[in-house]
Design a protein around this ligand. Structure first.
Ligand code: ADP
Ligand code: ZN
Length: 731
């Protein structure tokens, strides 16, 4: 039966809730009826919970027992395209629907009545008695002509107490009013002129504008090195989207959501966009959620979960830095925001722009297959060009095992310092040293809860497990043999590198950029700002620095260990290294001065290192694509990772072996099953982890087969089964 748009009072409807149930629940439509997709409050046992009307009730029970929906909430009903989106993501990622609804309602207080708050503005009256304090209030109100303030804002701005303001109400000099707590965002000016575009930028912008204006689905890869003007171009697409009267979503990796970006947006459109990311307060989250749903927010700039906001008329999704690993959500619902953005857009006739200097192989393959369009911005905007790239063959540099910066690199940094330019030393490893070993017995200090070595963090004066976050003090004596004073760090982390920098360049100002060294995203962004303003000679950083920051005075990038990412069994190791090295190198020479990137490597002949140096991207991709095709792995085959975990290894192993024996559903689609085997990190937070990998042809119905397969077992308490479709990480 086709679902109706509206259900009259008493009609049995299905309601989807966020409760961990495997089905919708039936309720009677309340007085006045209820619309399909309406957000409602329903009784569940003794509680009231949030739900969404999901179609005809399923029935099959005594209807006189059915309870009624308690309240229809004053929220815009979920649109059909959004319901479809949630169902498709659920089916693709094998996620239960309640978890999807939770993703789509991640704002506090949606069940509360729309909040009002009191605001204060200038009235006609005059206070009977002019005091200093009262004059200050009037001056403040006059200065901001007509604007309303909250009590606290007004009192603080005027420098008086709240009671002064309150005392002015009877005379009518100040007026108190109720306004909705969640106000619309300031209107953006779609017609404000942008920068004058270069020829290449204009061509790209025109193509995107046409797609947006056509209001049908299309995806385009916008490729260009950092600084080529991709942002400039996609902001033109945003402008076109605003002209169509539609909403736009710009997804950025969390770290790229800087105030610099917002300022730039404001300069272009005359007001700030709505923001949606982990730094946004709860009140603001609710405002954004509601305003997106009511059309009071035209553009949202956000992290991946912004995809689940209730857009009413979404016309454009930009995924900036589309190759970025952080788009893959790895806890809770496993989804790749880039792929889900394409799905979302296809359901609401929107345009997708995937912007990157170093696209993912998936996107490259989709362009090759004709599914995505491609626009190239060939050179950097203005005078800057890609840096010269060279390998430093570490086999020829005789470094003691406690040092990591070759003499050649030291010389290059010194030269930059003499010229007053900045250098970046890049090492993708947090902490002081990855391994702490006992020189007496050879013992390596490991985490008590994980199969992982503990990493010394000298700034914190502790050892830390990068799997579970557990820390402990650095012991005096070896925990294994008890000998004192023989524990020694092995290998470098950024903190150790910073120590070496301090020794070798005593006069240099050095800044360390590593995610664990900053208490908040804001503190980190402030540090980045200071560096950009030139307050640093040498930056020591992890991959944090590889992303979208502009350091205009940076002309040298030294990669401490270019081989680091090539180890391991990850199928994307080559791709990631290639992207990361190109990105990091791209930090150098973003303004007039030409940059140089020096890569320390023990294997300069390695094909990936050679591809990085030569800059032959198409060649690299073709070779990489050919290898993946041969191996039948993504994007040319389907893959899923299955992790079973639990506190008792024997129990987990039993379940795994049982699953292996009943793999008929997988065999029927000709999928290959690898495992069970201990996961590369076989224990995390005290839970043992056993892994399967499933590989299938691209066209095989892998989700259905997986669901049938794991549906055959009832998991013992404490054992968890996680399925990750298109896994990005293999730990
Ligand atoms: P990308 O997104 O590719 O890294 P941006 O759009 O951020 O590139 O451009 C890099 C820098 O060049 C920015 O500071 C931007 O303001 C400037 N820029 C790019 N194109 C233009 C243009 N047409 N006119 C003026 N400035 C531009
Ligand atoms: Zn641990």
């Amino acid at each position: 039966m086709r679902d109706a748009e509206f259900y009259p009072e008493g009609h049995l409807v299905a309601v989807l809730t966020c409760e961990p149930l495997d089905r919708t629940l039936d309720y009677k439509a309340p007085e006045g009826g209820v619309a399909m997709g309406a957000f409602v409050e329903v009784p569940l046992g003794p509680r009231k919970v949030l739900g969404c009307v999901w179609g005809e009730g399923l029935g099959g029970f005594d209807l006189s027992k059915a309870r009624s929906i308690s309240t229809v909430l004053d929220l815009a009903p979920m649109r059909e395209e959004m319901r479809q989106f949630l169902e498709k993501v659920a089916a693709y990622t094998l996620t239960p629907m309640p978890a999807m609804l939770r993703l789509a309602t991640r704002a506090p207080g949606l069940m509360n009545p729309p909040g009002m708050r009191k605001v204060y503005r200038r009235g006609e009256g005059r206070p009977p008695r002019e005091t200093d304090a009262r004059s200050k209030v009037l001056e403040t109100l006059d200065e901001y002509g007509g604007l309303s303030f909250t009590l606290k804002e007004l009192a603080d701005t005027a420098g008086v107490t709240a009671s002064v303001v309150k005392g002015m109400l009877p005379s009518g000099a100040v007026i108190e009013e109720d306004t909705p707590r969640d106000l619309p965002f300031r209107r953006l000016d779609a017609n404000a002129p942008g920068n004058e575009l270069t020829e290449a930028q204009e061509a790209a912008a025109t193509a995107l504008r046409e797609d947006v204006a056509a209001e049908r689905y299309a995806t385009t890869l916008l490729k260009g090195v950092t600084g080529s003007g991709k942002t400039e171009v996609y902001l033109e697409a945003v402008a076109q989207c605003l002209k169509q009267g539609r909403q736009a979503l710009v997804l950025l990796p969390e770290i790229a959501l800087t105030s610099a970006f917002l300022t730039r947006f404001e300069e272009r459109f005359g007001a700030r966009p709505a923001e949606w990311h982990s730094g946004v307060t709860m009140t603001e989250r609710r405002r954004v959620w509601k305003m997106v749903g009511e059309g009071g927010a035209q553009v949202v700039i956000g992290a991946r979960s912004a995809l689940y906001l209730p857009f009413q008329n979404l016309g454009l999704i930009v995924v900036d830095e589309e190759h970025d690993g952080s788009y893959k959500q790895e806890d809770g619902v496993h989804y790749n925001a880039r792929d889900m953005a394409v799905l979302r857009a296809s359901l609401c006739s929107a345009t997708v722009v995937l912007a990157s200097a170093t696209p993912s192989l998936e996107t490259w393959a989709n362009v090759e297959a004709g599914k995505y369009k491609r626009l190239d911005l060939e050179s950097r905007y203005g005078p800057a060009v890609m840096p010269d790239m060279h390998a430093l063959d570490m086999r020829g540099e005789k470094l003691p095992s406690t040092r990591f910066i070759s003499d050649t690199l030291v010389g290059a940094v010194k030269k930059r310092m003499e010229r007053g330019e900045q250098s970046l030393l890049f090492l993708n490893r947090r902490g002081f040293a990855p391994v702490t070993i006992c020189r007496a017995c050879g013992h390596q200090i490991a985490c008590d809860h994980c199969d992982a070595r503990m990493v010394e963090h000298r700034f914190l004066k502790r050892l830390m497990c990068h799997q579970c976050g557990e820390t402990k003090p650095m012991p005096e004596a070896c925990p294994s043999c008890g000998v004192e004073g023989r524990l020694a760090p092995v290998g470098p982390g950024v903190e150790r590198l910073a120590e070496e920098v301090a020794e070798r360049f005593p006069e240099a100002k050095c800044a360390v950029l590593s995610s664990d060294l900053f208490a908040s995203a804001r503190a980190l962004k402030e540090q980045i700002q200071r560096i950009a303003e030139g307050d640093t000679d040498i930056i020591v950083g992890t991959q944090l620095v590889a992303k979208g920051h502009n350091f205009p005075n940076l002309t040298l990038v030294g990669v401490i260990d270019a081989d680091l990412g090539l180890q391991g069994s990850d199928l994307r190791a080559a791709e990631r290294t290639f992207q990361l090295m190109r990105q990091v190198a791209g930090r150098a020479g973003r303004s007039e001065k030409k940059g140089v990137a020096l890569l320390q490597t023990y294997q300069p002949e390695h094909p990936v290192i050679r591809a990085i140096l030569s800059g032959d991207e198409e060649g690299f991709w073709r070779a990489e694509a050919a290898e993946r095709k041969m191996a039948g792995v993504p994007p040319y085959g389907r893959m899923a990772g299955i992790i079973l975990s639990g506190p008792d290894l024997a129990v987990v192993t039993d379940v795994a072996n049982h699953l292996a024996r009943i793999a008929g559903p997988l065999q029927r689609i000709n999928a290959q099953l690898f495992g069970p085997a201990p996961a590369p990190i076989a224990r995390v937070r005290g839970r043992h982890r056993i892994r399967f990998l499933v590989k299938a042809e691209k066209s095989a119905p892998i989700q259905a087969a997986l669901a049938e397969w794991v549906g055959q077992v009832k998991l013992p308490n404490n054992v968890r089964l996680q399925i990750d479709i298109d896994p990005q990480s293999f730990w």
